[in-house]
Design a protein around this ligand. Structure first.
Ligand SMILES: [Zn+2]
Length: 108
């Protein structure tokens, strides 16, 4: 449900990114098309990636959002947008399995 409204606002964001230079415009168009395609097909994953990019920008990438310990490079290689270290992720998975979070339907 949240994903649908999310989609709408992101699409608006994309449309207002107009560059005066035509070269940039072409590139932006391509990026926009790509982004919309991604939004349509892999909204959740894109959201994860955007979140990861945001964390790269503010310098918190690779740090577990729960316990603030470093996420192992091996895990980041497997799941580049991981927000939780393995320990916290396992805990989160367990909670999810217990039905505390019924909203997100990960690939089961
Ligand atoms: Zn952790």
């Amino acid at each position: 449900m949240a994903a649908i409204t999310d989609n709408g606002s992101k699409r608006e964001d994309i449309v207002i990114q107009q560059a005066p230079d035509s070269f940039d415009a072409v590139q932006l168009n391509t990026e926009r098309d790509l982004t919309i395609a991604l939004l349509n097909h892999e909204t959740l994953q894109l959201r994860n990636l955007r979140g990861a990019l945001g964390r790269v920008e503010d310098g918190s990438y690779g740090i577990c959002v729960q316990c603030e310990e470093e996420i192992s490079p091996k895990r980041l290689k497997a799941v580049p947008w991981a927000m939780l270290c393995l320990k916290c992720q396992e805990e989160a998975d367990r909670k999810q399995a217990e039905g505390l979070s019924d909203d997100e339907d990960d690939d089961q």
